[in-house]
Design a protein. Structure first.
Lengths: 250, 166
């Protein structure tokens, strides 16, 4: 591979968009060329600097109110959607119709489209992030979180601190997924919250990776436990977390 | 919180570079989202961002057309990473304000590509869909954007470095 060819591929490589066979070729080139390796590192550095330092402009609260106020009434058909189950009680009834329209508009939930557990995980994650009730036990200390979970479940889920690898453990909560209680480990990477649902693997299904309504979902079994990860984090970094979790013994 | 509203506002804010204009654009895009709800195919976030992007472009064309010019003469092919020039060097040393200023100063289409890629974590395919351009163009814009950003950061650092007298 020439330097020109390597340079042309480097952006796609850094962006995780290079096809596997080309990755192998490029990595061989990088291994043999310190200058190319340094250029690659500079690109990674720039990408990381933008992700960490560039302003992410959160929508002002008044904008949400403005959008809700401007949207037409919810069409009758949306009344049947199980999104109603997501709405926490009567307090939000006022904005419910408009919220519902927006939610359907942005495709948050597509009822009947997927199997129960994916729906449960998706619903639970959305509920937690919307309602801000993410965490029952807030601690980055695995020796605090694990006993808390063990005391409330009939099993002891693995709790792994990965802050050194860029996945900060925020804490944990309990939820009910696929007809049984599940431990939810809450990790954070930059602004992205990652929920990891952990429960004993009963009929270990094949590892699954899918995107549902803008969220990446990934499941795998490891050491007798079944993991379901969900986040709006990109697929590459979610894969990183899967690999890290798989490396740790339960 | 409305799903994807932050992403919508963030994109509009970076494209218009103004809070008030960004709000107007997002409001307008939200109304179009409801109107064209039946056109929703695939993932909702890229779909919504495409509407926001469209509203931004319409708005810029009407109010600040100069910001949409200057891209025609640019080469479509991937620009190689210069291995010898340290244009992206010492990025870590650049402070937050400088980086944000340099990003904001990038030509609209390059700024857009970087924001969608790095702040929204979107794939080339989604960026191509949102910006209504071929994937090859997305790649060349990203490469060019990073190069321009590196050059501009280097210039800022040079300008702000203390003058040595002697």
């Amino acid at each position: 591979m020439t330097n020109e060819e390597a340079s042309a591929m480097m952006h796609a490589y850094v962006d995780g968009e290079l096809e596997p066979s080309k990755c192998v070729e490029l990595e061989a080139h990088l291994a043999a060329n310190p200058a190319a390796r340094a250029a690659c590192e500079r690109l990674r550095g720039m990408a990381a600097a933008i992700r960490e330092e560039a302003d992410y402009h959160l929508a002002p609260a008044s904008l949400a109110a403005g959008v809700l106020g401007a949207v037409p009434d919810a069409p009758a058909r949306t009344m049947k959607a199980p999104i109603w189950r997501l709405l926490p009680g009567t307090g939000v009834a006022m904005a419910a119709a408009a919220f519902l329209t927006w939610t359907i508009a942005t495709g948050y939930l597509k009822p009947g489209e997927s199997e129960r557990i994916t729906q449960d995980v998706l619903g639970s994650h959305v509920r937690a992030t919307l309602g801000q009730h993410l965490i029952d036990v807030a601690s980055s200390d695995q020796h605090t979180v694990k006993p808390w979970l063990s005391a409330r479940l009939s099993y002891s889920p693995p709790v792994i601190d990965l802050s050194a690898q860029g996945f900060e453990l925020l804490g944990a909560r309990l939820d009910y997924v696929g007809g049984q209680p599940a431990a939810v480990l809450v990790y954070q990477r930059r602004r992205h919250v990652i929920d990891a649902y952990v429960r004993p693997a009963r009929n270990p299904a094949a590892a699954l990776a899918l995107t549902r309504d803008g969220f990446n979902i990934q499941s795998f079994a490891h050491d007798g436990m079944e993991f379901w990860l969900i986040s709006d984090l990109n697929r590459n970094e979610l894969d990183d977390l899967v690999r890290l979790l798989e490396q740790h013994p339960s | 919180m409305l799903p994807h509203l932050d992403a919508a506002y963030n994109l509009a804010r970076w494209l218009t570079r103004d809070d008030h204009d960004a709000r107007d654009v997002v409001q307008e895009a939200a109304l179009r989202a409801f109107r064209f709800l039946d056109g929703l195919r695939g993932e909702p976030r890229p779909w919504l961002l495409a509407l926001v992007r469209n509203s931004c472009m319409t708005w810029l064309k009407a109010n600040r057309p100069a910001e949409l010019g200057g891209i025609d003469g640019l080469p479509a092919e991937l620009l190689p990473v210069e291995e010898t020039t340290p244009e992206t060097l010492a990025l870590r040393a650049v402070d937050r304000r400088m980086l944000n200023e340099a990003l904001a100063a990038l030509p609209t289409f390059f700024r857009e590509a970087l924001i969608l890629r790095e702040l929204e974590d979107l794939s080339y395919k989604d960026i191509a869909r949102i910006t209504d351009t071929p994937i090859g163009t997305v790649m060349s814009r990203l490469a060019r954007a990073r190069r321009l950003l590196g050059e501009s950061l280097r210039a800022i650092q040079k300008a702000s470095a203390p003058q040595v007298h002697g």
